[in-house]
Design a protein around this ligand. Sequence first.
Ligand SMILES: Nc1ncnc2c1ncn2[C@@H]1O[C@H](COP(=O)(O)OP(=O)(O)OP(=O)(O)O)[C@@H](O)[C@H]1O
Length: 314
Amino acid sequence: MQKPWVEKYRPTTLSEIVGQKEIIERLKNYVEKQSMPHLLFSGSPGIGKTTAALCLAKDLYGDDWRENFLELNSSDERGIDVIRTKVKDFARTKPIGDAPFKVIFLDESDALTSDAQNALRRTMEKYSDICRFILSCNYPSKIIPPIQSRCAIFRFSPLKTEDVLDYMNYISENENITIEKSGSDAIIYVSEGDMRKSVNVLQTAAAVSNVIDEDIVYKVSSRARPDEIKKMIDLAINARFMEAREQLYKLMIDWGMGGQDILTQVFREVPYLDIEENEKVSLIEAIAECDFRIVEGGNDRIQLSALLAKLGTL
Ligand SMILES: Nc1ncnc2c1ncn2[C@@H]1O[C@H](COP(=O)(O)OP(=O)(O)OP(=O)(O)O)[C@@H](O)[C@H]1O
């Protein structure tokens, strides 16, 4: 079976990480000085937080990195017991070889309960001479302030379009596939700066064809082409409700899209619609209402049809 490309192409040193330039420079500095504080990595999924922690360990420790590096996924192991046992056991033994300290990487640390975070805070203090923590999270506000203040905070950003494009080209050359311009535009559109998503979409699309265009990309990622969404909105704004609803059903049935995916794409089109500013504001309010109802379990066809009806009255 083919290895997932996200693993096959995961950078192995800090220098290979795409984008996040300032962060990478600071991390390289820690490697050079063989000294670092506890770190808190925050940012949206798939933009290089785990990769940066792994590369930092590999650059710090070389081939023996596994002996001085412990990775725990906090959303599987989020309770106080894990902090008391696994983390403490690893933290209190001396680093192997010449390493000045060990590193414990807690992925998804915003999933730790607050009891576990309090226990962690004491562990961080107690073993700070031989152990450094790297906490990764999507929402730094869910980390208790005493831990935040013990860490240097690094905010990772979604990747820039040109960085994702370069990376897609690099992979496609290696894999002997051709990405057409419409295909790479579509990958950028569906992945929104999330490199993991870009690589996964590319691999799934490459399983369908060696030449990747927008149709394949939108199909494999269950997204509609933006012009299909725009068409539905335009019909609704022009009070052609039945046709707009037909287009909605086409998106749901032919493209296999869920209600929330459609809503997210409608939301993304709002700034470009040819309507007055106050109408855009009303539309966003209506989208937010619809989103809430779908999340609460409302029928997505009914909710989206109601949104289309509302569009006709703007
Ligand atoms: N900056 C990047 N440079 C190169 N590849 C990247 C980058 N960011 C992500 N990737 C690719 O995406 C995959 C997932 O990235 P990573 O695990 O680092 O994401 P993350 O930010 O930790 O996400 P999560 O918050 O979901 O844990 C990597 O294996 C790699 O292939």
